[in-house]
Design a protein around this ligand. Structure first.
Ligand SMILES: [Zn+2]
Length: 93
């Protein structure tokens, strides 16, 4: 189910986190923006991809496949990537 692009994204995110150079602003949330579930370390996130940064749970990929962390911030040029806020603004005019 995870394709090559997604694998590249996940590994770039891991490298960026390990480097400590990732801006805090892109480590966005412990809540999946697609199902609005707040994920926790006890489980319940089977369809989500998460990571931990300094003990804080961060959603990397939502349950519908959305890349929560801006791929451009981890070195993957993705001119079509939009934050959920941007998408919402477009759809709401
Ligand atoms: Zn979800």
């Amino acid at each position: 189910m995870i394709d090559t692009d997604t694998m590249t994204y996940v590994s770039a995110v891991n490298v960026a986190i390990a480097s400590g150079n990732l801006p805090a602003t892109v480590l966005r949330t412990d809540t999946c923006p697609e199902c609005q579930t707040q994920l926790d370390a006890d489980g319940g996130y089977d369809d989500h991809l998460i990571t931990f940064v300094n003990g804080r749970l961060i959603v990397v990929i939502g349950c519908e496949g959305y890349w929560v962390i801006d791929p451009n911030a981890v070195g993957i040029a993705s001119p079509t990537w939009m934050s959920l806020e941007t998408q919402a603004a477009m759809f709401n005019g």
